[in-house]
Structures are given as structure tokens and as C-alpha cells.
Write a protein that binds this ligand. Structure first.
Ligand code: FBP
Length: 286
């Protein structure tokens, strides 16, 4: 099975680099994410970007994966099936994202890998960790690599009187670096580490806003590979691209992003720049 996992990993991370297009936001955030660039509401438009932009994976929920099976197959872009999800209409401070599909569904839909979100720090983190660990065992026994969306989230993160040592350090970092608690290096590195300990092949995490601190995240996850999550569209292409350069310099294998591509007026132009940064730097180093 290990050989199968490796073979599939090579499709998603060719030359040790990943450029993954995320398109599960219609579920996670709702169609409001498509208003910025309304063509993005159409899955065919996104699949075309994935193909022509030379992405190494596309993240979808099962509904789209099923309806667009032919197009996905023809595009040759590896499918990453997201196995859990939750809508933003559900606003409890401690989020839970339940498993909706199984590894077997992913296999049936021809997926190359599966993905799952764990909200580390949520009251329900143990539920998600349990589901995720079972998914990993199942996927690995069937030769499928697994990507963990390791997102710190929940009320505890904002509890200034928390007894957690990590949160105390994170609060210091927040003060010193002036950044959101869920982007502090300690908290992000902890999520990445949990991904490694549970057995994920790749973890997808938020950027910690400096290459130095992101290096610690990458080290904490090693040998699990790290990709950066995109977040809301940045003001300029350059702002986004410079983050990408930073995380690659910090040892990440690439990115798994959505809005920073398909909310832009010219998604293919930014994809091309992205490709050059991600893959040219490989050629440069080899
Ligand atoms: P973006 O690049 O658009 O941020 O997408 C990455 C992603 O992880 C999606 O896969 C997911 O739908 C979304 O972010 C979750 O965002 P949030 O952090 O708001 O829950």
C-alpha cells in the first residue's frame, strides 16, 4: 500500500511541489465568496482554471465531484475529495465539521487523495481527531494519501486565563507580532504537529506572517509535508505571491488556495505566476 500512497502523492506533489486549487468554499462560506467574480460560481469555470493553470490537485466535495466526473477525468487534474464540511450559517463559537463521506466514496469517484478539517482548540476537537484518525487508517490501508486542514479555532483560543502553556506563549506572540491568535506560530505549529502525529501525509495550515516563524511550523510537522492555506484575496497579486515565496523558503511544499485565484479578474494570469514561482524554484534548486 505504501507504494500506492507514494504513487498518488507524486501526482499531487510532483517534483516535491504542490499547487492545489480549493473549491469547497461554496459549502464552507456560501455563494457570497463568488460575488467578487461571479463567473466563479460555475464549477466548469473553476475546472478550466485548474486544468489550464496546471494545478496539481482540485479540492471538491462529493456532489461536485460526482456531477463533473467526466470533466475532472478529462482535465487530468487529481481530485482531492473533502470528506467533512460545515456551513458558516452554523455559528457556535466552538465549531465541529462532521464527516460526510467515506474513503470508499472517494475511491469510487476516482479521487487521488482525501481531505478533512480539524478545528484544533474547539470543544469538539477530540471528535474530529477521532474521525480523522479513522479516515487516515482507512485511507492508508487502501493506498490513498490524506491531507489535514489543521485550523486552530474555538472559544479556548481567546481565553486569556487559559491554563494552556501553548496559549500563554501564543498570547505573548500575539502581543509581540501583532497578529491574530489563530495565526501565531505556536498555535499553527501545534495544529501541524497534531496532523503529523495522527498520520496525515500533508497538512494545510494558515501562514504565520513571517518565513522564520513558518519554518518552525514546517519543522513541527516534518516529515509530513506542509502547504499554505490562502485566506481572503489580498489587495494585490504581489502581496499573495510574496507569501508564497516566503512559505517555500520556509520549507513548505506549496499551497492549497482558492479565493486568491478565482476571485481575481484574471485567474489564469495569477496561476501562471504562481506556477513559475512554485516550479521554477524547484528547477533552480535541482
Ligand atoms: P481559500 O484559499 O479561499 O482561503 O481556501 C482555503 C480553504 O481552506 C478552503 O479549502 C476552505 O473552504 C476555506 O479555506 C475555509 O476557510 P475558513 O478559514 O474561513 O474556514
Amino acid at each position: 500500500m505504501e507504494a500506492k500512497i507514494e504513487e498518488r502523492m507524486k501526482r499531487i506533489v510532483p517534483d516535491g511541489r504542490a499547487m492545489i486549487l480549493a473549491y469547497d468554499q461554496g459549502f464552507e462560506h456560501g455563494p457570497r465568496d463568488f460575488l467578487e467574480h461571479p463567473e466563479s460560481v460555475n464549477p466548469e469555470y473553476i475546472l478550466d482554471i485548474a486544468k489550464r493553470g496546471k494545478f496539481t490537485g482540485i479540492v471538491l466535495h462529493a456532489g461536485l465531484a460526482e456531477k463533473y466526473q467526466t470533466e475532472i477525468r478529462d482535465s487530468n487534474v487529481p481530485l482531492i475529495l473533502k470528506l467533512n464540511g460545515t456551513s458558516e450559517l452554523y455559528t457556535e463559537e466552538d465549531p465541529y465539521s462532521p464527516q460526510l463521506y467515506a474513503v470508499d466514496d472517494a475511491l469510487e469517484l476516482g479521487a487521488t487523495a482525501v481531505g478533512y478539517t480539524v478545528y484544533t482548540g474547539s470543544k469538539y476537537e477530540d471528535e474530529m481527531q477521532k474521525e480523522f484518525s479513522k479516515i487516515i487508517r482507512d485511507a492508508h490501508s487502501k493506498g490513498i494519501p490524506v491531507i489535514g486542514w489543521m485550523y486552530p479555532r474555538g472559544k479556548s483560543l481567546f481565553d486569556r486565563r487559559s491554563a494552556s502553556r501553548t496559549l500563554k506563549i501564543a498570547l505573548e506572540e500575539q502581543e509581540r507580532m501583532g497578529q491574530a491568535i489563530d495565526e501565531t506560530p505556536s498555535v499553527v505549529a501545534y495544529g501541524a504537529r497534531i496532523g503529523l502525529e495522527l498520520g496525515a501525509d500533508i497538512v494545510k495550515v494558515k501562514y504565520t506572517n513571517s518565513p522564520e516563524s513558518f519554518r518552525w511550523v514546517v519543522q513541527s510537522a516534518f516529515p509530513t509535508k506542509v502547504v499554505m492555506s490562502g485566506g481572503p484575496m489580498t489587495r494585490t497579486d504581489e502581496e499573495f505571491l510574496s507569501r508564497v515565496r516566503d512559505v517555500l523558503n520556509a520549507g513548505a511544499v506549496g499551497i492549497a488556495v482558492g479565493r486568491n485565484i478565482w476571485q481575481r479578474k484574471d485567474p489564469l494570469a495569477v496561476s501562471k505566476k504562481l506556477y513559475d514561482i512554485i516550479f521554477d524554484s524547484v528547477n533552480h534548486h535541482s
